[in-house]
Ligand binder design. Structure first.
Ligand SMILES: [Zn+2]
Length: 437
């Protein structure tokens, strides 16, 4: 049966910035068959399940292009350290103690948080229990780009073993869960993967037509150390080794990059996942996003993990992204309001190489959210695009759909038990604390 959602304001996110003040969508086989103003016809209503949107705002589901959902139990651990010390002193000792149950508890916690704040698609870069997570996503119904990421500070045999594991996971799950799961290969970072290893990973990705995801140029220290060791910026080393061309790169961060790097990214179609809050919290800096966009680089937004954010609310990322560029460039239109929304939706889809995602248009995947405008901070309701970027909160989201299926209805999650997830997260965190005492 088809589904109709009527009596909604539709933020289409198309190139014309079109907002339908009063309209409806008709969903057939997981896609939008009709996106229209006005009311559905009697004939359409008779063949469909009709849901009254009660004047809510309907927009594309948010796309989180970089994260580590398995790290959510580490939320709030050592708030005041720079990236290197934070990883070595705070995060890695905890991560070494993570077992299957704690990883699962953290991931479920992340799924609840993302769903409740309107994220429909996310990236998980991690190395533990990936098959189990893919199975969870299959049940919960979200859309995700998954990868078994690798750190190459080990013997060649171990490197090869990790790469083989990544490849086997990627091949098994790519386009799985009714096409909702995509996979990538993921060297963790230039400072944890020697160039030869990155080269082997890129070669494997090209052979299997998989995108490659990697942290890049996150801190000034990373670039200084890299220059000392290799005599050039890590992006330039990738270029010199001809590893940028013919590869669908998605780099997380890209904070310490300069004009010539924007040109390289654009030339090779590489995408950036901009993680403004995580970069600020760790004192890493501010990526030159306005310049990236001006150069035509694909830029999506990401939260990074709850350990460095500490939330997974994409409305916050959108707001930080726009405000930061205006502040550091001292220019009020340095990133247009609409570009903020595009980075959280349609640009994110492009960064992940999903087709047919990120706008509300006929033929597109029916991944969308509804927000209740019955909030003081969203009134008067006329300037909806402005409100979504500068005033809305994740908690304004009331309904979440992926492939036309409701994963949250009127604030109730339909495929995951929130109470159970919160209790299990607390239990597993307490166990984890004990092992470190
Ligand atoms: Zn990260």
């Amino acid at each position: 049966m088809d589904t109709i959602i009527k009596n909604v304001k539709i933020i289409t996110m198309n190139l014309d910035k079109h907002v339908i003040a009063y309209g409806y969508v008709l969903i057939k086989d997981g896609r939008f068959a009709i996106v229209s103003d006005g009311e559905p016809t009697k004939e359409q209503r008779e063949k469909s399940k009709v849901i009254d949107g009660n004047g809510k705002w309907l927009m594309p589901g948010l796309i989180n292009t970089h994260g580590h959902p398995a790290m959510s139990l580490l939320r709030g651990i050592n708030d005041d350290l720079p990236l290197n010390d934070w990883l070595e002193q705070a995060i890695w000792p905890y991560e070494r103690k993570l077992d299957k149950k704690s990883v699962q508890a953290a991931r479920n916690l992340s799924l609840v948080e993302m769903l409740e704040s309107g994220t429909t698609t996310f990236v998980d870069m991690y190395h533990l229990h990936m098959h189990e997570f893919a199975e969870t996503i299959e049940t919960v119904g979200m859309r995700a780009s998954l990868m078994r990421s690798v750190i190459g500070l080990c013997s060649k045999e171990e490197q090869d073993e990790k790469l083989a594991e990544s490849l086997s996971f990627a091949k098994q799950w790519n386009r799985g869960a009714d096409g909702r799961i995509r996979t990538m290969l993921a060297p963790h970072a230039p400072y944890t993967c020697p160039p030869d290893y990155i080269e082997r990973i890129v070669q494997a990705a090209r052979d299997e037509s998989l995108p490659v995801h990697m942290h890049l140029a996150e801190t000034r220290k990373e670039i200084h150390d890299y220059m000392d060791e290799h005599g050039m910026h890590p992006l330039e080393l990738l270029e010199e080794r001809q590893l940028l061309e013919g590869t669908d790169w998605l780099f997380a961060h890209g904070v310490h990059m300069y004009e010539q790097h924007m040109e390289l990214l654009q030339k090779h179609g590489a995408a950036i996942s901009h993680n403004p809050k995580s970069n600020l919290k760790l004192g890493s800096g501010v990526a030159q996003v306005a310049s990236m966009l001006k150069h035509g680089v694909k830029v999506g937004l990401g939260t990074d993990s709850a350990a460095s954010n500490n939330a997974l609310d994409m409305f916050e990322e959108m707001r930080f992204a726009v405000l930061l560029q205006r502040g550091i460039n001292e220019q009020a239109d340095m990133i247009e309001t609409y570009e903020g929304l595009q980075m959280a939706t349609v640009f994110g889809a492009k960064a992940l190489r999903y087709e047919g995602l990120g706008t509300i248009e006929t033929g597109q995947e029916a991944d969308f959210i509804l927000l209740s405008p019955n909030q003081a901070h969203l009134h008067p309701t006329d300037h909806v695009l402005s409100h979504l970027v500068f005033a809305a909160k994740g908690s304004d989201v009331t309904d979440v759909y992926v492939q036309g299926k409701a994963l949250m209805e009127n604030k109730q999650l339909t495929t995951i038990d929130k109470e159970k997830v919160l209790a299990e997260a607390t239990l597993q965190f307490n166990n984890l604390k004990k092992t470190l005492q």
